[in-house]
Design a protein around this ligand. Structure first.
Ligand SMILES: *[C@@H]1O[C@H](CO)[C@@H](O)[C@H](O)[C@H]1NC(C)=O
Length: 285
Protein backbone atom coordinates (compact mmCIF):
# COMPACT_ATOMS: atom_id res chain seq x y z
CA UNK A 1 0.00 0.00 0.00
CA UNK A 2 1.47 3.24 -1.09
CA UNK A 3 0.77 6.23 1.09
CA UNK A 4 0.47 9.65 -0.43
CA UNK A 5 2.53 12.46 1.03
CA UNK A 6 -0.60 13.98 2.57
CA UNK A 7 -1.48 10.69 4.27
CA UNK A 8 2.04 10.43 5.74
CA UNK A 9 1.75 13.99 7.00
CA UNK A 10 -1.64 13.23 8.58
CA UNK A 11 -0.25 10.14 10.26
CA UNK A 12 2.71 11.98 11.67
CA UNK A 13 0.40 14.71 13.01
CA UNK A 14 -1.84 12.00 14.52
CA UNK A 15 1.16 10.25 16.09
CA UNK A 16 2.65 13.42 17.57
CA UNK A 17 -0.74 14.64 18.70
CA UNK A 18 -1.14 11.39 20.62
CA UNK A 19 2.35 11.46 22.12
CA UNK A 20 2.40 15.15 23.05
CA UNK A 21 -1.21 15.59 24.12
CA UNK A 22 -1.77 19.23 23.28
CA UNK A 23 -3.59 21.21 25.96
CA UNK A 24 -4.99 24.63 25.12
CA UNK A 25 -3.30 27.30 27.21
CA UNK A 26 -4.74 30.25 29.12
CA UNK A 27 -3.20 33.60 28.22
CA UNK A 28 -3.64 37.02 29.81
CA UNK A 29 -4.37 40.07 27.71
CA UNK A 30 -3.21 43.57 28.63
CA UNK A 31 -6.86 44.72 28.69
CA UNK A 32 -7.60 42.32 31.58
CA UNK A 33 -9.24 39.65 29.44
CA UNK A 34 -8.12 36.01 29.43
CA UNK A 35 -8.12 33.67 26.43
CA UNK A 36 -7.88 29.91 26.13
CA UNK A 37 -5.81 29.42 22.97
CA UNK A 38 -5.46 26.19 20.98
CA UNK A 39 -2.69 26.53 18.38
CA UNK A 40 -2.92 22.99 17.03
CA UNK A 41 -4.35 22.93 13.51
CA UNK A 42 -6.87 20.10 14.10
CA UNK A 43 -10.32 21.63 14.33
CA UNK A 44 -13.23 22.49 12.08
CA UNK A 45 -15.39 25.42 13.17
CA UNK A 46 -18.06 23.28 14.88
CA UNK A 47 -15.53 21.25 16.82
CA UNK A 48 -13.75 24.44 17.90
CA UNK A 49 -17.12 25.90 18.97
CA UNK A 50 -17.85 22.79 21.04
CA UNK A 51 -14.34 22.69 22.59
CA UNK A 52 -15.08 26.14 24.02
CA UNK A 53 -18.67 25.29 25.00
CA UNK A 54 -17.61 22.11 26.87
CA UNK A 55 -15.43 24.32 29.06
CA UNK A 56 -18.37 26.71 29.63
CA UNK A 57 -16.54 29.20 27.37
CA UNK A 58 -17.35 30.66 23.96
CA UNK A 59 -15.48 30.97 20.69
CA UNK A 60 -14.03 34.46 20.87
CA UNK A 61 -16.20 37.44 19.79
CA UNK A 62 -14.14 40.42 18.72
CA UNK A 63 -16.42 43.45 18.77
CA UNK A 64 -13.98 46.36 18.96
CA UNK A 65 -10.69 47.63 17.60
CA UNK A 66 -9.25 47.75 21.10
CA UNK A 67 -10.16 44.16 21.93
CA UNK A 68 -8.80 43.02 18.54
CA UNK A 69 -5.51 44.85 19.06
CA UNK A 70 -5.04 43.50 22.60
CA UNK A 71 -5.74 39.94 21.36
CA UNK A 72 -3.22 40.31 18.54
CA UNK A 73 -0.65 41.37 21.19
CA UNK A 74 -1.39 38.10 23.01
CA UNK A 75 -1.08 35.98 19.82
CA UNK A 76 2.10 37.46 18.33
CA UNK A 77 4.52 36.07 20.96
CA UNK A 78 2.90 32.61 20.54
CA UNK A 79 2.58 32.32 16.74
CA UNK A 80 4.49 35.20 15.18
CA UNK A 81 2.93 37.39 12.53
CA UNK A 82 -0.22 35.31 12.03
CA UNK A 83 -1.90 31.93 12.54
CA UNK A 84 -5.00 29.97 11.51
CA UNK A 85 -7.44 30.31 14.41
CA UNK A 86 -11.24 30.00 14.36
CA UNK A 87 -13.18 32.87 15.88
CA UNK A 88 -16.90 32.86 16.83
CA UNK A 89 -18.44 34.43 13.69
CA UNK A 90 -20.50 32.99 10.81
CA UNK A 91 -22.85 34.27 8.09
CA UNK A 92 -25.80 32.00 8.99
CA UNK A 93 -25.12 29.97 5.85
CA UNK A 94 -25.72 32.93 3.57
CA UNK A 95 -25.09 32.00 -0.08
CA UNK A 96 -24.68 35.64 -1.22
CA UNK A 97 -21.36 36.37 -2.82
CA UNK A 98 -21.82 39.89 -1.49
CA UNK A 99 -18.69 41.21 0.19
CA UNK A 100 -20.97 43.03 2.62
CA UNK A 101 -23.33 40.18 3.57
CA UNK A 102 -24.01 40.26 7.32
CA UNK A 103 -22.03 38.15 9.77
CA UNK A 104 -23.02 37.29 13.33
CA UNK A 105 -21.26 36.32 16.55
CA UNK A 106 -22.59 32.84 17.21
CA UNK A 107 -22.67 32.75 21.04
CA UNK A 108 -24.32 36.11 21.62
CA UNK A 109 -26.23 36.19 18.29
CA UNK A 110 -25.16 39.82 17.85
CA UNK A 111 -24.51 41.19 14.34
CA UNK A 112 -20.85 41.85 13.58
CA UNK A 113 -20.18 45.60 13.72
CA UNK A 114 -16.37 45.65 14.01
CA UNK A 115 -14.36 43.55 11.52
CA UNK A 116 -10.74 42.86 10.61
CA UNK A 117 -11.18 41.31 7.13
CA UNK A 118 -8.19 40.62 4.91
CA UNK A 119 -8.31 42.21 1.44
CA UNK A 120 -11.04 40.87 -0.91
CA UNK A 121 -12.76 39.03 1.91
CA UNK A 122 -15.29 37.75 2.91
CA UNK A 123 -15.35 36.13 -0.55
CA UNK A 124 -17.77 33.20 0.01
CA UNK A 125 -15.83 30.97 -2.38
CA UNK A 126 -18.10 28.32 -3.93
CA UNK A 127 -20.83 30.05 -1.89
CA UNK A 128 -19.68 27.81 0.94
CA UNK A 129 -17.47 29.99 3.17
CA UNK A 130 -19.68 30.68 6.18
CA UNK A 131 -17.25 30.58 9.13
CA UNK A 132 -14.60 33.14 10.10
CA UNK A 133 -10.98 32.58 11.08
CA UNK A 134 -7.77 34.51 11.57
CA UNK A 135 -5.70 33.75 8.51
CA UNK A 136 -2.08 32.61 8.61
CA UNK A 137 -1.56 33.81 5.02
CA UNK A 138 -2.28 37.45 5.90
CA UNK A 139 -0.32 39.57 8.41
CA UNK A 140 -1.69 40.78 11.71
CA UNK A 141 -4.24 38.00 12.16
CA UNK A 142 -6.58 39.42 9.53
CA UNK A 143 -9.82 37.54 8.97
CA UNK A 144 -11.09 35.27 6.22
CA UNK A 145 -14.36 33.42 5.58
CA UNK A 146 -13.82 29.71 5.03
CA UNK A 147 -15.54 26.32 4.77
CA UNK A 148 -16.80 25.57 8.29
CA UNK A 149 -15.91 21.87 8.00
CA UNK A 150 -12.20 22.49 7.28
CA UNK A 151 -10.50 20.57 10.13
CA UNK A 152 -7.18 22.36 9.95
CA UNK A 153 -7.27 25.38 12.31
CA UNK A 154 -6.81 26.12 15.95
CA UNK A 155 -9.17 28.36 17.94
CA UNK A 156 -9.49 31.02 20.63
CA UNK A 157 -12.01 30.75 23.48
CA UNK A 158 -12.99 33.40 25.99
CA UNK A 159 -15.25 33.73 29.03
CA UNK A 160 -18.88 33.09 28.02
CA UNK A 161 -20.74 36.39 27.54
CA UNK A 162 -23.54 35.24 29.88
CA UNK A 163 -20.98 34.65 32.61
CA UNK A 164 -19.44 38.04 31.91
CA UNK A 165 -22.93 39.62 32.07
CA UNK A 166 -23.67 37.75 35.29
CA UNK A 167 -20.35 38.79 36.82
CA UNK A 168 -21.04 42.40 35.90
CA UNK A 169 -24.61 42.15 37.24
CA UNK A 170 -23.34 40.64 40.49
CA UNK A 171 -20.68 43.35 40.77
CA UNK A 172 -23.37 46.02 40.20
CA UNK A 173 -25.64 44.41 42.77
CA UNK A 174 -22.76 44.16 45.23
CA UNK A 175 -21.98 47.82 44.63
CA UNK A 176 -25.64 48.78 45.14
CA UNK A 177 -25.82 46.61 48.26
CA UNK A 178 -22.64 48.16 49.63
CA UNK A 179 -23.85 51.68 48.91
CA UNK A 180 -27.22 50.89 50.49
CA UNK A 181 -25.62 49.47 53.62
CA UNK A 182 -23.29 52.46 53.86
CA UNK A 183 -26.32 54.75 53.60
CA UNK A 184 -28.20 52.68 56.19
CA UNK A 185 -25.16 52.68 58.46
CA UNK A 186 -24.81 56.46 58.15
CA UNK A 187 -28.55 56.94 58.75
CA UNK A 188 -28.37 54.62 61.77
CA UNK A 189 -25.48 56.66 63.13
CA UNK A 190 -27.30 59.92 62.48
CA UNK A 191 -30.38 58.61 64.30
CA UNK A 192 -28.24 57.29 67.11
CA UNK A 193 -26.53 60.67 67.47
CA UNK A 194 -29.93 62.41 67.52
CA UNK A 195 -31.19 59.96 70.15
CA UNK A 196 -28.06 60.51 72.24
CA UNK A 197 -28.51 64.28 72.02
CA UNK A 198 -32.17 63.94 73.01
CA UNK A 199 -31.23 61.65 75.86
CA UNK A 200 -28.52 64.03 77.04
CA UNK A 201 -30.97 66.95 76.91
CA UNK A 202 -33.53 64.94 78.84
CA UNK A 203 -30.91 64.03 81.43
CA UNK A 204 -29.90 67.67 81.74
CA UNK A 205 -33.55 68.65 82.14
CA UNK A 206 -34.03 66.00 84.81
CA UNK A 207 -30.91 67.28 86.58
CA UNK A 208 -32.22 70.82 86.41
CA UNK A 209 -35.57 69.74 87.82
CA UNK A 210 -33.78 67.83 90.57
CA UNK A 211 -31.63 70.83 91.45
CA UNK A 212 -34.69 73.07 91.48
CA UNK A 213 -36.58 70.58 93.63
CA UNK A 214 -33.65 70.39 96.05
CA UNK A 215 -33.56 74.19 96.31
CA UNK A 216 -37.30 74.37 96.91
CA UNK A 217 -37.13 71.63 99.52
CA UNK A 218 -34.22 73.42 101.18
CA UNK A 219 -36.21 76.66 101.23
CA UNK A 220 -39.24 74.92 102.70
CA UNK A 221 -36.98 73.25 105.24
CA UNK A 222 -35.32 76.51 106.20
CA UNK A 223 -38.67 78.27 106.46
CA UNK A 224 -40.12 75.43 108.50
CA UNK A 225 -37.10 75.44 110.78
CA UNK A 226 -37.36 79.18 111.19
CA UNK A 227 -41.11 78.97 111.85
CA UNK A 228 -40.69 76.14 114.33
CA UNK A 229 -37.84 77.91 116.12
CA UNK A 230 -39.82 81.08 116.13
CA UNK A 231 -42.91 79.32 117.51
CA UNK A 232 -40.78 77.45 120.01
CA UNK A 233 -39.19 80.66 121.21
CA UNK A 234 -42.61 82.29 121.47
CA UNK A 235 -43.89 79.34 123.45
CA UNK A 236 -40.77 79.41 125.56
CA UNK A 237 -41.29 83.08 126.29
CA UNK A 238 -44.93 82.49 127.11
CA UNK A 239 -44.05 79.56 129.31
CA UNK A 240 -41.33 81.56 131.01
CA UNK A 241 -43.65 84.45 131.75
CA UNK A 242 -46.25 82.07 133.14
CA UNK A 243 -43.59 80.43 135.31
CA UNK A 244 -42.37 83.86 136.41
CA UNK A 245 -45.85 84.92 137.34
CA UNK A 246 -46.48 81.76 139.36
CA UNK A 247 -43.09 82.01 141.03
CA UNK A 248 -43.81 85.60 142.02
CA UNK A 249 -47.21 84.64 143.37
CA UNK A 250 -45.71 81.74 145.34
CA UNK A 251 -42.97 84.01 146.62
CA UNK A 252 -45.60 86.53 147.78
CA UNK A 253 -47.61 83.84 149.47
CA UNK A 254 -44.42 82.57 151.05
CA UNK A 255 -43.49 86.05 152.23
CA UNK A 256 -46.96 86.52 153.67
CA UNK A 257 -46.70 83.17 155.32
CA UNK A 258 -43.26 83.98 156.70
CA UNK A 259 -44.50 87.32 158.03
CA UNK A 260 -47.46 85.69 159.64
CA UNK A 261 -45.34 82.97 161.16
CA UNK A 262 -42.96 85.51 162.63
CA UNK A 263 -45.83 87.48 164.06
CA UNK A 264 -47.38 84.35 165.49
CA UNK A 265 -44.09 83.13 166.98
CA UNK A 266 -43.40 86.57 168.40
CA UNK A 267 -46.82 86.76 170.00
CA UNK A 268 -46.39 83.18 171.23
CA UNK A 269 -43.04 84.02 172.80
CA UNK A 270 -44.54 87.19 174.28
CA UNK A 271 -47.31 85.06 175.71
CA UNK A 272 -44.72 82.57 176.94
CA UNK A 273 -42.82 85.42 178.68
CA UNK A 274 -46.01 86.52 180.29
CA UNK A 275 -46.87 82.99 181.40
CA UNK A 276 -43.34 82.58 182.72
CA UNK A 277 -43.62 85.74 184.73
CA UNK A 278 -46.87 84.48 186.18
CA UNK A 279 -45.32 81.10 187.02
CA UNK A 280 -42.25 82.79 188.51
CA UNK A 281 -44.51 84.81 190.77
CA UNK A 282 -46.40 81.77 191.88
CA UNK A 283 -43.34 79.54 192.50
CA UNK A 284 -41.22 82.26 194.17
CA UNK A 285 -43.43 82.12 197.16
C1 LIG B 1 -2.90 35.48 34.35
O1 LIG B 1 -3.26 36.28 35.45
C2 LIG B 1 -3.60 35.56 36.61
C3 LIG B 1 -4.00 36.57 37.66
O2 LIG B 1 -5.03 37.37 37.21
C4 LIG B 1 -2.44 34.70 37.07
O3 LIG B 1 -2.85 33.93 38.19
C5 LIG B 1 -1.99 33.80 35.94
O4 LIG B 1 -0.84 33.09 36.34
C6 LIG B 1 -1.71 34.59 34.68
N1 LIG B 1 -1.43 33.68 33.59
C7 LIG B 1 -0.42 33.84 32.76
C8 LIG B 1 -0.30 32.82 31.71
O5 LIG B 1 0.34 34.77 32.84
Amino acid sequence: MILSRLQILSLSILCCGLIVAAVPQWQNSTDGRQYLIEGDQNYNWFKAFHECARRKLQLVEIDSKEKNQALIEVLKPLFGDSHNLWIGANDEYNRDKDFKRPFYWSSSGQPMTFSHWSSNNPGNDQQDEHCVHMWKSKPDYQWNDHHCDTPRFGFVCEEHHLKADLTKMMADKRKTATETSIKLYEEYHRQQKLMMEKLENSLKEIQNIETELKEQLHNIHTKLEFDINHALAQHQREANSVVDDRTKAIRNVFADLTGATTEISMSVSKEMERVKTVYDDIFSI
